[in-house]
Design a protein around this ligand. Structure first.
Ligand code: AMP
Ligand code: ZN
Length: 665
């Protein structure tokens, strides 16, 4: 055997053993023998670097350090799922899709909904290329090096499958492994992890991949995304994915009716407690891929799939104390501190009480026994007080009157559910919260600077507000705890780079109360610059589409405050984008004003998203489904037949990609 052949055969052999152990759960070699062969391969690869392969079994042990995870735009958006909670919901869903497809012959797949962190694995020519988290669905973090350490994920596919594809799945921590990790934490006097899901998703963002390799993570796959039309159904594509080495749970079944779907639901509602991992529901999908394509997506989720959530589990425990948290906008959130209790596989210690009304409604008091429930959200809810167990002497809860952080008297405006601390510029958590919001991904997206560093910079007195960030120097940062020259430089680079962030995001970053991402976009588009926005009066503000009294007043409060004016002037001086760029202005017209478009099919000159953006930039509106209000359907290749019929029936003008481009020229 030549050296090359030896290397290849060792890799194959090790891959097979790994597959047998981690996917089939059937060891075919002793750990000792495995390590021996792995060492041998390592040595050969080191001596013969021309045969290096990123996807060799030797690359799974980790050791790479990632300081900043690169943001990657998903080739295909990662959607969320619509939820259902009853059989009726499912029947409604069925009716909707039957109508859309014009047939009642629909087959479904039923799968468990694995509770972890979603991941997208890209393969090219059968080779694993990269792994990206879901992020906001449009873009996520490149966590390739960390994912490679998960042994049940095959890194190269030899057998017959599609060659370029994305595998979607869930990174989970099986309960056994999770409990072992916690036992170790307890032994080391460290705080226990709260639940498997958060721990799994936190593991993906560890900087040292060798640490990730030590965690017993697993990856369960549930979808193949590809342009290659090799398989006709979802079920078939998953069966084949399993055959070539992916861990696709075999709990998936086919169902021809919603009644059959419900049998699956009922079975797993009881049986799920015997699974080695957590599941919070099931996912029902239309099996036929052509039908999936026809159904398409809403702005959030596929129309061809729906999640069914199991009823939440409840436990009872005692309320020890109510504390109050101050958010970045000064909003106060009361928090119930509970006697720790086990709930749905995790330990619950705290629950949000939302606001004063909620406390009053529940009539919750210190030392009460309360029912706690965990729904889909991470934070558990308090459902009710068990009045039968109320101690004989107890006092109604009195809501705080002053800020727990700065002692300012709290205010509650009419119509507001929450109390606020108005000491915007003097209340520590507000100041820090605003800076953290400013640097966050959806705002200024500053690389190399995270929440903990903001705390540190504040503690050291280096920053008092977000404008101060732009005055920081490398020399100031290096002496700080856990900072090296490289990370200090990265941070400053990241801060400087944020000066290119477009106006709409800067506007969102300013942290004006009630001005979220979408509102910021609307305002940026309408006013075009911070100057125009800050001189706008109430009437002008509320005349803008979707801007109401509350938002208008909040903008005026912001714009008339001396300290904010000074901050904004400083940001101008540092040359942040405080107006829409000339280039963007140029691309924006009113040519499509008043027209509603539906986009369907595959396009060639621009992507679907670019097309939608062009519609909006030119004053048009994009809608996801055809109705009487639709003015134009822009049709690409393979437009869904049901959409086509509907457009024709309603007499809506169907135009091609080229027609559209001519329209906006
Ligand atoms: P949600 O985050 O509640 O909108 O639910 C959508 C998420 O469910 C997806 O991003 C997946 O990560 C996850 N999921 C878990 N199991 C499945 C499954 N069998 N099919 C599709 N998605 C799943
Ligand atoms: Zn305060």
């Amino acid at each position: 055997m030549t050296i090359e052949q030896l290397i290849y055969s060792l890799r194959d052999e090790l891959n097979t053993h790994t597959y047998n152990y981690y996917v089939l759960d059937n060891a075919t070699i002793s750990d000792f023998e495995f390590d021996k062969k792995l060492k041998e391969l390592e040595k050969l690869e080191k001596e013969n670097p021309i045969f290096f392969d990123e996807n060799s079994p030797t690359q799974r042990v980790g050791g790479t350090i990632t300081k900043n995870f690169e943001t990657i735009t998903h080739k295909n958006r990662m959607y969320s799922l619509d939820n259902s909670y009853s059989k009726e919901d499912l029947f409604d869903w069925e009716k909707r899709i039957q109508k859309a497809l014009g047939t009642s012959e629909i087959e479904y797949t039923c799968e468990l909904k694995y509770d972890g962190a979603s991941i997208n694995l890209t393969f090219e020519n059968g080779q694993f290329m990269k792994a990206v988290t879901r992020g906001d669905g449009f873009q996520g973090d490149d966590v390739t090096n960390n994912i490679k350490t998960i042994r049940s994920i095959p890194l190269s596919i030899k057998e017959d499958f599609v060659s370029n594809f994305e595998m979607r799945g869930e990174i989970i921590l099986p309960l056994d492994g999770f409990n072992k990790m916690n036992e170790e934490r307890v032994a080391n006097n460290e705080e226990e992890y709260r639940n498997p899901r958060n721990t799994a998703s936190g593991s993906l963002k560890l900087q040292d991949s060798a640490e990730v390799a030590k965690r017993p993570l697993d990856c369960l796959l549930y979808q193949v995304v590809t342009d290659e039309r090799k398989y006709k159904t979802h079920f078939e594509s998953l069966e084949n994915a399993r055959k070539v080495g992916f861990k696709v749970p075999d709990t998936i079944v086919l169902a021809k009716t919603i009644d059959k779907v419900f049998e699956f639901v009922n079975y797993w509602d009881a049986e799920r407690h015997n699974l080695p991992y957590e599941t919070d529901g099931i996912v029902i999908k239309v099996n036929n891929l052509q039908q999936q394509e026809e159904l398409g997506f809403t702005s959030k989720a596929p129309r061809w799939a729906i999640a069914y959530k199991f009823k939440a589990e409840q436990v009872s425990t005692t309320l020890n104390e109510i504390t109050y948290q101050v958010g970045r906008t000064g909003a106060i959130t009361p928090v119930a501190n509970l006697e720790p209790v086990q709930l749905a596989g995790t330990i619950v210690k705290r629950a949000s009480l939302h606001n004063a009304d909620q406390i009053e409604k529940l009539d919750i008091r210190i030392n009460d026994t309360v029912f706690v429930e965990k729904g889909g959200e991470i934070i558990p809810k308090i459902i009710a007080v068990d009045f039968s167990k109320r101690p004989e002497y107890s006092n109604p809860t009195v809501y705080v009157t002053n800020c727990p952080e700065c002692n300012t008297e709290l205010i509650r405006s009419e119509g507001d559910a929450k109390h606020y601390c108005s000491n915007e510029f003097g209340c520590a958590p507000q100041i820090t919260g605003r800076i953290k919001h400013f640097i966050s991904r959806k705002a200024m997206d500053i690389d190399g600077l995270g929440g903990e560093t903001v705390d540190l910079l504040r503690k050291e007195g280096l920053i008092k507000n977000y404008a101060d960030l732009y005055d920081l120097t490398v020399e100031q940062i290096i002496p700080l705890e856990r900072m090296a020259e490289k990370s200090a430089k990265n941070m400053i680079k990241g801060i400087q780079k944020s000066k290119e962030i477009p106006f709409e995001k800067v506007l969102f970053a300013l942290g004006i109360r009630f001005v979220g991402e979408t509102v910021a976009k609307k305002l940026a588009k309408h006013f075009k610059s911070i100057n125009n926005l800050m001189i706008a009066d109430f009437e002008t503000l509320i005349s803008v589409d979707e801007i109401g009294d509350r938002i208008a007043q909040s903008i005026i409060d912001f714009s008339t405050n001396e300290l904010n004016i000074e901050l904004v002037n400083r940001l101008k001086k540092y040359e942040l984008q405080l107006e829409i760029s000339a280039e963007k202005l140029e691309n924006q017209t009113d040519k499509l004003q008043g027209n509603i478009f539906v986009v369907s099919g595959v396009f060639h000159q621009m992507s679907r998203n670019e097309l939608k953006k062009a519609i909006e930039d030119n004053g048009g509106k994009v809608s996801s489904s055809i109705s009487k209000k639709t003015n134009f359907v822009v049709a690409g290749d393979n437009m869904g037949p049901s959409k086509l019929t509907k457009a024709q029936d309603l007499g809506i003008q169907i135009i091609s990609e080229q027609d559209f481009i001519d329209k906006i020229k």
